[in-house]
Design a protein around this ligand. Structure first.
Ligand SMILES: O=C1C[C@@H](O)[C@H](O)[C@@H](O)C1=O
Ligand SMILES: [Co+2]
Length: 298
């Protein structure tokens, strides 16, 4: 289905150790995590909180297992702090990823975000940016995008539950406010479905801007519970709102077909944060690997 070498498959360490809730998977080591990624048949990984920060040490551990770094998350605060503060932290992150050979940098605006707040209801309390915040975000992302380009890299914006860029309308607004040469889009199927959007429609609407993909599925019955019980994002994750592709309700066949027919090249990253005590990360990594192979030939 996909052109040869167009797309490579990675998996995020968040199923083994969760950056948003380090108590999840506390006992899982870095070595176990990357060994199991390789064992399950993945070619790449994103960077988690247990990964060595020395590029030489990290590279050796990954090379032993045939893995590469696809990218890593960066929290921006462009709507609430001076641009220079975010830009300084961004350059450190960019340089680390550049040394690791990554081509894209995942950025998410965390100004007024509730994604890390354990008791804040997800749907009722998400931030809604005013015109000034949109302007600061768009201008700041443009600046970060130019900094990424200095190293031949691309900024990919991660829309996310509980943030100011969550819904399809907010994604469209951000894409309209930013220059395609500076700001690209990360397409995360799970966050779109969780937010009540149609992931296929968003894909069709923004395909030329999409330069990185996170493959996540949702358990619809848990998402309904999150809404009814006014749970937070972190409570939702603990309750099992997310799972791997093929284990939830998203129709990935149409999504893969659309991407395969497009000029998309780059990584697909399986990213399904669950409580590792309830969902064995290796078992779910293998489940996703098999499902993606059956559906797309990847
Ligand atoms: O890409 C991601 C990184 C995580 O830290 C985040 O909370 C998760 O939901 C996600 O999509
Ligand atoms: Co994601």
């Amino acid at each position: 289905m996909f052109r040869e070498h167009a797309v490579r498959l990675a998996i995020a360490p968040i199923a083994w150790t969760n950056d948003d809730m380090p108590e999840l998977g506390q006992g899982n080591t870095f070595e176990q995590c990357i060994s199991e990624m390789a064992l399950a048949g993945y070619q790449g990984s994103e960077v988690g909180n247990k990964y060595p920060r020395s590029p030489a040490v990290l590279r050796r551990a990954l090379e032993l297992r045939g893995l590469e770094i696809a990218s890593a998350w960066f929290s921006a605060y462009l709507t609430v702090r001076p641009y220079e503060e975010t830009a300084e932290a961004f350059c450190i992150h960019r340089d680390f990823l550049h040394e690791m050979g990554a081509k894209v940098i995942v950025v998410s605006e965390q100004g007024r975000s509730i994604q890390g707040q354990m008791d804040t209801p997800l749907f009722a309390e998400k931030p809604v940016f005013d015109d000034q915040e949109w302007a600061a975000l768009a201008a700041g992302l443009g600046g970060l995008g130019r900094l990424a380009a200095e190293k031949g890299m691309t900024l990919v914006y991660h829309h996310h539950m509980g943030t100011g860029v969550q819904t399809a309308a907010e994604i469209t607004r951000l894409m309209e406010l930013t220059d395609p040469g500076e700001v690209s889009l990360l397409y995360d199927t799970g966050h779109l479905a969780f937010s009540g959007e149609n992931p296929l429609e968003v894909l069709r609407g923004h395909l030329p801007r999409i330069r990185h993909v996170h493959l996540k599925d949702i358990r619809p019955e848990v998402v309904r519970q999150v809404t009814a019980e006014k749970l937070s994002f972190l409570q939702a994750v603990k309750a099992g709102a997310f799972t791997v592709p093929g284990d939830g309700c998203i129709a990935f066949g149409e999504i893969f077909a659309e991407l395969a027919a497009s000029p998309y090249t780059g990584w697909f990253v399986v990213e399904a944060e669950q409580d590792p005590a309830l969902a064995d990360p290796l078992e779910y990594a293998i489940k996703a690997r098999r499902y993606i192979r059956e559906l797309s030939g990847l």
